[in-house]
Design a protein around this ligand. Structure first.
Ligand SMILES: Cc1cc2nc3c(=O)[nH]c(=O)nc-3n(C[C@H](O)[C@H](O)[C@H](O)COP(=O)(O)O)c2cc1C
Length: 357
């Protein structure tokens, strides 16, 4: 697989491990991927719950958790580490400031348009800014706003298609529509980035449903410089999720991977289980909102707290939570090391390349 650059940073293996909250991609998984030459990403969604202190102060605990996970990742790897921050988080500013102060290599920002992201950079900061988008329109808006307001363009851009796990940047009826498939939107985003090539080279990273070396090869041929993969790393030994969470992937069948309507106001892809059945049957009732963690969450109407549900599953309590997963999660058959997963991807990639020569 061909390496690429984001600014001055050399990405030896063109694989970004997608940030996965709550507690699914922390320092364990991120450092393992970074050690293989890819970019390891810590998700800071809900990290304060994992670093819960008494008396509880969710916002302070999030900052502490982020610093701790970065410190642990750096102790295990000299490779490239990023932080994934959702623009919809109420503590978005806190998290961005902390990550930049800590000199993280990359900030990956999705779930909303991060139009003011460059304003957090300081003259000596080295952190590269990478928005995650689901359309060429969003990519264009971000580039134009950043250029006009901050004289800055993204250092790279992730384009995430509708087969991804977790929250999706699509309307429900777009998810199965071929016009919104990654194969369709990736070349459009690449075209937009070409328009800025005289000012800055902006590599495009493809994400969503990429699960094999053949898939990687296909998206590189369509103009991507690298890929972002989440689901495939969940069933790694190093993934920070508990075994009960990983097992839901291994036990799942294709028909169990479904689209749910998340309380944050976006569709999400998850694995059907008892808890989702309860939500759908209306037996869960709206509760209180202790965390106020997501700007767009309408907690008075939603039957459950998504942060609590995802926290429960990150602790292995699948009866009170569920697992987000990409459309290919059912392909997982066993737990492997990150090294084994990446070796297999490299071999498959080479096979695909040879077939085309
Ligand atoms: C369990 C899980 C949690 C996720 N959490 C986040 C998150 O916190 N922030 C985010 O931007 N994307 C999140 N994602 C999306 C991934 O980062 C990644 O881009 C996507 O899953 C790629 O598709 P794939 O899983 O098919 O490889 C999550 C995905 C999964 C499977």
């Amino acid at each position: 697989m061909k390496s690429f650059y984001i600014g001055s940073l050399h990405i030896k293996l063109p694989i970004v491990q997608g940030g996965m909250g709550v507690g699914i991609s922390l320092s364990g998984l991120a450092s393992a991927v970074a050690n293989e030459g890819g970019i390891g990403v810590i998700s800071c969604a809900g990290i304060g719950l994992l670093y819960h202190q008494k008396p509880a102060d969710f916002l302070k605990d999030c900052i502490w958790g982020l610093k701790e996970e970065l410190r642990k990742a750096r102790a295990k790897s000299n490779g490239l580490i990023g932080i994934n921050i959702m623009a919809a988080l109420t503590n978005f500013s806190d998290m961005v400031r902390t990550a930049i102060q800590e000199n993280v290599d990359f900030l990956f920002v999705g779930a909303g348009l991060p139009l003011d992201l460059p304003s957090y950079l300081t003259p000596d900061s080295k952190t590269k800014l990478v928005p995650i988008v689901s359309s060429s329109r969003a990519a264009k808006i971000i580039c134009e706003k950043w250029k006009t307001n901050y004289n800055y363009l993204p250092d790279a851009i992730v384009v995430e298609g509708p087969k991804a796990g977790g929250h999706l940047g699509f309307k429900k009826d777009q998810i199965e529509d071929e016009n919104f498939a990654l194969e369709h939107i990736l070349p459009e985003v690449v075209q937009i980035m070409v328009q800025y090539k005289d000012i800055k080279s902006i590599p495009v990273i493809a994400a969503g449903g990429i699960y094999s070396g053949q898939d990687i090869y296909r998206f590189i041929q369509l103009g991507a410089s690298g890929v972002q993969m989440g689901t495939i790393f969940v069933t790694s030994e190093e993934c920070d999720a508990p075994y009960a969470f990983k097992k839901t992937y291994i036990d799942s069948k294709q028909e169990d991977i479904i689209i749910i309507q998340s309380p944050v106001g976006m569709p999400g892809r998850a694995i059907r289980n008892e808890y989702i059945n309860k939500i759908e049957s209306g037996t869960e009732v709206p509760g209180s909102c202790p965390l106020h963690c997501i700007k767009t969450c309408d907690y008075q109407k939603s039957p459950y707290c998504i942060m609590k549900a995802l926290y429960n599953s990150s602790k292995g309590n699948m009866k009170r939570g569920y697992a987000f997963a990409g459309s290919n999660a059912y392909l997982a058959k066993k737990i492997s090391t990150v090294k084994e997963i990446i070796s297999a991807l490299k071999a498959e990639y080479e096979m695909a390349e040879l077939k085309m020569i």
